[in-house]
Structure formats: structure tokens, C-alpha cells
Design a protein around this ligand. Sequence first.
Ligand code: HAM
Length: 431
Amino acid sequence: MFGIGDKKISTESYKGVRDFYPQDQAVQDYIFGMMSKVARSWGYDEYGASVLEPLSLYKSKTSEEIVKEQIYSFTDRGGREVALRPEMTPTLARMIAGKIQELPSPIRWYSIPNLFRYEKPQRGRLREHWQLNVDLFGVSSSLAEIEIISMAADLMKKFGAKEKDFQIKISSRPLLDDVFKKINIAEDKRQFVYRLIDKKEKMSSGDFRHSLIALIGEKRAEELLENLYYGEGLLSMMTQSQAAKDLNKIIETLRESGISNLVFTPSLTRGFDYYTGTVFEVFDIDKENPRAIFGGGRYDDLVGAFTNQSVPAIGFGMGDVTIHDFLETHKLLPKINSTTDIYICIAPNTEVSGVYKLAEVFRENGINVAVDISGKKLGDQLKSLDKRDIPFVMTIGSEELKSKNFVMRNTETREEKKGNIDEIINFIKNV
Ligand code: HAM
């Protein structure tokens, strides 16, 4: 009836996506809960949108790699080209542009969408991931950079990370533009140079050098490599560059505010074509997790692609896969219990409807209760608790239903609490 002939259907999920069994879902909920809590604490409002978008949204406005190699797209029954969103930023810019007249500026929004990219599944990279997106619109001064990067650092701190565990790499597109100008890289070549630099970490240094020479010739390639190599020194060398001054100020202000793990990294460009200013990424110090945990930057022209009004914008995306790996590596994942508070086991010859009535009283008081209706022996009911992570258990028989006196046990410490229903409810509420 089901399956193909006698062959059973595979229990594996589609390649590169995850099933979330309840324990995995509980961890995911913890991560999302913390993301939302921090975003809200900085005054950001949540928004949402569909995973489906017209493919044209991405054709000119995202990264070439994503459109050419990674997008999931199909033609719908009406002949329209549709994409599963590979990132949230184009959707967000479209939504902001659609209501720009009504929205009070500055606009602070966040969302935790699932995104789809056809990547080679590997550590830190899957085909579906969730990403906290935090974006600020309407502020062109560097105060926006300071707020967004401080918030990225705050998120890491609230997840329990120490500054020494991660690094915030920062750079600036206009500063690199000034470097390109200084060494006379033709304007029509610059976008290709950006894309190549973005792939630098994935290539051997020999391959990178050769590709750079093929693009801009040996002399300029050597000069560019030298500039990238200067690291922080580049900032003080570029005395004529306003972008260098701006970035220096951002870095200084953030350091003064106590963020000491900020590193100027000239080779950081970010792969998206829409970035126009400061760009940054957050990395785990542990080499076990080489992929960026966050990436973001300023994109002042993207909203202008949808409307005549120009709207400065800056934000970042923090991936659920990468932050999960980080938390696991640094042993920062908390022990997560089931959301069920009490598990009620039923003694032999007990009226089940009486037990459900009791459970109802708990629920009315905001306590989550599951009743064991397996019909198994009491010992087996209790044994099943070993795998459930439920903090409290009660065994109910006709005796308890009649006397209205109950015994509740903590499943971990085995401590008991005795009392009538109000006393039990009060006890749980104060745990
Ligand atoms: P992104 O660098 O492509 O930026 O992604 C941001 C973060 O999402 C990455 O640092 C990584 O943690 C996670 N991520 C990306 N792709 C995958 C994947 N295939 N599997 C697992 N995790 C992944 C953006 O998407 C920009 N739209 C972010 C942004 C928001 N810029 C401004 N506002």
C-alpha cells in the first residue's frame, strides 16, 4: 500500500537538511529564544515573510555564487520562476521599500528565517539553515556600525562566550576601493577582485596569487597582496583615505567600549554585491569551527533598488548551525529539560478520568502535565522516565484521588514533596 512494492521508504531526511527530534528542537528553541531575547532587548521588532520569492529578486542583488550555483528554484504552474529564499536581506529591503513612507525611522527589525542554499554539506554548512537577521535602517553615521557590532558581541556574551573564545573581523569596502585606486586597478575589474578576495580562504595562497595575476597583472597583484598583508598597519598608511579614518574611528570606539577582540582584516570583503561600507564577520577561535558564525555589513543602496528613496542600512546574519557548533565546542549548551513539568503514572485499578481531571487542574494553573495511559505495569511506566527529561513525577491511584493528598518526586534528586494540590502547584511554581 505504502512504499514501493515491499521496499520500505528511507527514514533519512533530504541531503543537507535536519530533522529536529524533540531534544534537538528543545536546543533549537533555546538558541532562538536567546536570539529573540537579545534582539528585543536592543529594541528590535520581529518581522516575517514567506520562504518563496520571485527568482528575479536575487538575479542582480545577491552574490554571484548564490545565484549561479546555490539557489533552489523552480517554475510554478503559472510559468513563474520561483526561488526558495537563500538569504533574508533582499526580502527585507523589498519590505522596507514597500512601506518606507509609513515606517518611523530609524527602523530596527529582526527575524529568524530558514534559508536554502545548494551547498556541499559539511561542518557549518548545510542546505537549510536558520539565521538570525538583525538590521537597522535610516542611520548613515557610524553610530549604526557601533550599535550593530556591539549587539553582535552582546549576543555572543549572552550565549555565555568569553571574548577570548571568538574574534570579530572587520573591514571596509570603500577602504579597499581606495586601495584599488591607489594601485590603479581598473574600475571594471574591481568587482571581480572583490569576489576573488572573498574566496581567498578557500584557496591555496599559490592559486590565489595566480588568479590575481591573471586578473590584474603581476605588478598590481604583488602590490595588492602587500597591502592586504599589512593588516592593521594599512589603516595608518592610508592617510588620504576618508574610509580609513572612518573605520579607525569605529574600531577605536568599539575598543573603548570594552570590545577587545576586534581585528581589522583587510582581506575580508564578504561575497554579496550589495555591501557598500563596513563589513564584518565573527569567528570561533577554535579551528574546529572554521566557518563564520555571523556575517554582515552596510548596504546603503539596496532599498534604493525598489524605491526612489535612498535608505542607509546595516545588519548581520547569525547562523543556527555555526552558533550551535560554537556552543557545543565551548561546552556552553545548557542542559535542557522537556517542556512537560509533571509526568503522572497511574497505579493499577485507578479511574483514568479522575487522573485527567487532576491533570486539568494543573494545566489551568499553567503547569504542563502528561498522563501515562500505556496500560503498562507501574514499574515500566516509571522506567520510561529515564529517557524523558521531565523534572517531576507523581504516581496516582484511587487512594490519592480519594484523600487528595499527593506525593511528587523530583526525577533527578529523588526529593519528595507531599501535600494537597495547591501546595504542589505552589511548589512547582517556585522552583
Ligand atoms: P552570510 O554570510 O551568507 O550573510 O550568512 C550569515 C551567516 O549565516 C554565516 O556566517 C553562517 O553562520 C550562516 N550560514 C550561511 N550559509 C549557511 C549554510 N549554508 N549553512 C549553515 N549556515 C550558513 C547573509 O546571508 C547576509 N544576508 C547577512 C546580512 C544581514 N547582511 C546584512 N544583513
